[in-house]
Design a binder for this molecule. Structure first.
Ligand SMILES: [Mn+2]
Length: 415
């Protein structure tokens, strides 16, 4: 880890300063433990294991809540928090695993507390006894009961009330720290470069997957670990399919191309959509619909401020701001999804739509109009940081004005 840090310092000085520190993870756990003290409870969080995530289609990635409290990215770890203490359980030495996936920090390594930031690092087999000692003085147990190992938790906890930890962790995850905002901004910046590369390549005759490949290459080349979600590159009729991800159609002149693609870098997701004309120029009808979506999006972004929310009704509804503008032109029935969502460690971060927005929250604003009969789907999606007085568009570096987009599209293969 130290060698890695030294290398990162050399290559990416700005990024390293943005990384979430072990102290910040410690402070998050301390905040959870205050709640545990109030509730006379303990929290058990299982990290992902290699067998859960290592399905050979994707490399291992950590369970987001576990990552949020620890920053730990090795498989098979378990976190136990009590009102007064914290323990990280790590798998013991396993020769076969090491041969396949490399050396792991062992719980017996004297450096384990320094490297993990958790004072008490123990071998996994000590979990049960430590847990039973911890619950002697507590009334309930928090765990992620809808995600991992509910059966294990229930077995451990059959003498105590088992409650979902998500309602404690989700509000914390909704409010991004300055370090998290820097990491999100990095994912956004890389994603915007991917969109620019797509704009340079798009032309009639290409397949949708070729645009996807160009974009994924941009962020893979920048060290990002994966897509935040499968790339959505929909031409013509496919632009009206909300989560279209087959990307196997040949695009043609006169069609729109909806590109909803985002990178995940250093565990943080970006989610950005632009819709462009394949031949470099919007038709009058495409432009008419485009401008309506853009007006709705700009109105909703202008309305972002603390206290507003993502529900569909009420005077605090950002959705309603966008919907009313679209419905005023009679097209409300073609705006067929919500206005946006929280984003962070997951592209759809936890965050009930009725949560009043607060400074530090990061959401998407993504109205769309989809008219299957005309083969026209237009969505424009940006990421917005809620500030004390309004909203700051993290993705403002990528134009959404149609004339500005047309200027940046490829111009050597127009019909
Ligand atoms: Mn989105």
């Amino acid at each position: 880890m130290q060698a890695t840090v030294a290398l990162l310092t050399l290559l990416l000085p700005s990024l390293l300063s943005a990384a979430v520190s072990l102290d910040e993870y410690r402070a998050r756990r301390a905040s959870v433990r205050e709640r545990l003290a109030k509730d006379e409870a303990v929290l058990v969080l299982y990290g992902a294991t290699e067998s859960e995530r290592g399905d050979l289609r994707s490399r291992f990635f950590q369970e987001p809540n576990f990552y949020y409290l620890t920053g730990w990215t090795n498989p098979g770890a378990v976190l136990l928090l009590t009102p007064t203490d914290e323990f990280l359980f790590l798998p013991p030495f396993n020769e076969v695993n090491e041969r396949y996936t490399g050396k792991k920090l062992l719980p017996t390594d004297p450096a384990a507390p320094t490297r993990t930031g958790v004072a008490k690092v123990l071998p996994f087999p000590k979990l049960e006894l430590t847990f039973y000692a911890a619950i002697e003085t507590t009334k309930k147990i928090y765990g992620l009961i809808d995600f991992n190992r509910p059966q294990l938790l229930r077995r451990l906890a059959n003498t105590r009330k088992l409650e979902n930890a998500a309602p404690i962790l989700s509000p914390m995850r909704m409010r991004k720290s300055p370090a998290e905002i820097d990491l999100l901004q990095h994912s956004v910046n890389v994603t915007l470069d991917a969109h620019r590369a797509a704009w340079q390549r798009a032309a009639s005759g290409l397949f949708e997957y070729q645009i996807g490949a160009t974009m994924v290459n941009v962020y893979s080349d920048r060290g990002c670990e994966r897509n935040a979600y499968p790339p959505i590159v929909g031409s013509g009729p496919n632009s009206t399919v909300l989560h279209y991800a087959k990307n196997d159609r040949r695009m043609d002149s006169g069609e729109v191309l909806l590109i909803d693609v985002g990178a995940e870098c250093f565990m943080y997701a970006a989610d950005i959509t632009r819709t462009i004309p394949v031949n470099g120029k919007f038709s009058p009808r495409q432009r008419e619909i485009y401008n309506l979506v853009l007006a709705a999006q700009q109105a909703a972004i202008a309305a972002v401020k603390p206290g507003m929310n993502l529900t569909k009704v009420g005077d605090k509804s950002l959705y309603k701001v966008a919907y009313d503008l679209i419905e005023a032109k009679g097209l409300g029935k073609y705006f067929t999804h919500g206005l946006g969502h929280h984003i962070g460690l997951e592209v759809h971060d936890p965050g009930p739509t009725d949560t009043p927005l607060e400074p530090g929250m990061v959401i998407t604003i993504e109205p769309g109009i989809y008219i299957p009969a005309e083969g026209i789907g237009i969505r424009i999606e940006d990421m917005v940081l809620v500030t004390p007085t309004g909203g700051e568009v993290l993705s403002k570096g990528l134009p959404s004005d149609p004339e500005a987009i047309e200027k940046l599209l490829r111009h050597d293969r127009k019909p």
